[in-house]
Design a protein around this ligand. Structure first.
Ligand code: GLY
Length: 414
């Protein structure tokens, strides 16, 4: 009898070991969809166009040229499809869209050259090791970004266009572009590039966050002395609100900067931002487009400074932003692997799993041939600007695929 019991429990343990993690199972399904969608997308795109979002009817792909800030995401997604599936067809496709970005080096760019080059050429280098093609271009792009730095203010200027009477606008999104500098420093041996990245991250940490670890979107600096002229939230509900993609960029940015520099203050920041986000997330893990938008549990009223007037249209059912959810999930996975606090790591990984499982559900995952050939539905680009509202967005796909690739590489899944 005792022997039978031992055999039964051994079999049960074996069954438990071989049971596939639901996120890993879902990842296989998502990459099958991604292969179909991105193959169709390739045939639909005219030469020199990059997918941007779906149109208002959710059907057709709206494209942009390479100067649009998102042009690196499409080749980046193709690199992740290649990495996960090993299908050489996607490697060829990824190189095609990556190489087309070379003329960016001669364009008038803004801080987004970081997204454009790191997501495309950065992944190309990581996956192919083709340093002859990539390194000179990557380092030249890093210099283009570094040229936007003001030593007096200690930060990089984000946008070229000026609204109101901005002088030197710096947005929280800019944290993402620092990886171009830290990697560029390693590739070239020029430590000054990494110094600029550290200065930008530390100055942003000092000025961009409120006491509760939420972040403003935009700070306008005086580039001569570094004083802050304005604090605003251009793409969120109100100046004082927590625009969810901004919170996602902050989480990802400080996690990445801790990985790149080992500076403890960046890890502390990432953990504080992460815990703030977790406390605000709805049950399914996908953030409202702004954590303080009308209709949300922490809604601000319409008299809040800078309140987005057209947001009232979304009062009944505050929209979710899949792009912010995907960026957060990818960052939470990395944070879970580098945080020394085991309990916190488990919390971050659990949150990422929750987010990924929701994004992989029918509510968010497109059926093949639909959704303008994008993978994810229901992202929000810019409600105050009346654009890209409840659509597919190229960067939602990119960070979703990145998160799934990252997840597939970690062994601890409880
Ligand atoms: N970096 C622009 C955005 O997040 O919409």
């Amino acid at each position: 009898m005792k022997r039978i019991l031992i055999i039964i429990s051994a079999m049960a343990a074996l069954a438990g070991c071989t049971q596939k993690d639901p996120v890993k199972e879902m990842a296989d399904r998502v990459f099958a969809v991604a292969r179909e969608q991105y193959s169709l997308m390739d045939t639909a795109l005219a030469e020199d166009r990059y997918p941007r979002c779906t149109d208002e009817d959710g059907g057709l792909v709206t494209t942009a040229d390479m100067e649009w800030w998102c042009s690196g995401f499409h080749p980046g997604s193709l690199w992740y499809i290649y990495e996960y599936t090993g299908d050489e067809k996607f490697k060829d496709m990824a190189w095609k869209y990556t190489r087309r970005l070379e003329p960016l080096l001669d364009c008038v760019c803004d801080h987004d050259i970081g997204f454009q080059i790191n997501c495309s050429y950065g992944n190309a280098l990581r996956l192919t090791g083709d340093s002859t093609t990539v390194v000179p271009l990557y380092v030249a792009a890093a210099h283009k970004l570094a040229d936007r730095f003001s030593p007096q203010a200690g930060v990089i200027k984000s946008w070229n266009f000026l609204r109101n009477d901005w002088v030197y606008p710096v947005i929280i999104d800019n944290m993402m572009n620092l990886e171009l500098l830290t990697v560029g420093a390693r590739l070239s041996g020029e430590s000054a590039l990494a110094d600029i990245a550290r200065s930008h991250a530390s100055t942003t940490l000092a000025n961009h966050f409120r006491d509760d670890w939420t972040s403003w979107h935009l700070l306008d600096y005086d580039p001569e002395n570094g004083s802050v002229r304005y604090r605003e939230t251009v793409q969120g509900y109100a100046h004082g609100s927590a625009w969810s993609r901004g919170q996602a960029w902050a989480l990802y940015g400080y996690t990445m900067m801790y990985r790149e520099t080992g500076k403890e203050e960046y890890l502390e920041a990432a953990m504080n931002i992460g815990d703030m986000i977790i406390a605000k997330l709805p049950e399914d893990g996908i953030p409202y487009w702004d954590f303080n938008a009308p209709g949300t549990p922490e809604a601000m009223d319409s008299t809040a400074a800078g309140a987005t007037l057209n947001a009232a249209a979304y009062l009944e059912t505050p929209l979710r932003d899949a792009s912010a959810g995907a960026i957060m999930a990818s960052a939470f996975i990395e944070l879970s692997t580098i945080s020394p606090d085991e309990k916190a790591s488990a919390r971050y990984l659990d949150t990422a799993r929750r987010q990924l499982l929701t994004l992989g559900s029918d509510e968010y995952l497109a059926g093949p041939g639909t959704n303008g050939y994008f993978i994810l539905k229901h992202s929000v680009g810019n409600i105050p600007g009346n654009g890209e509202i409840d659509v597919a967005l190229s960067y939602a796909d990119y960070y979703f695929l990145e998160a799934l690739v990252r997840y597939s590489k970690i062994s601890r899944t409880e």
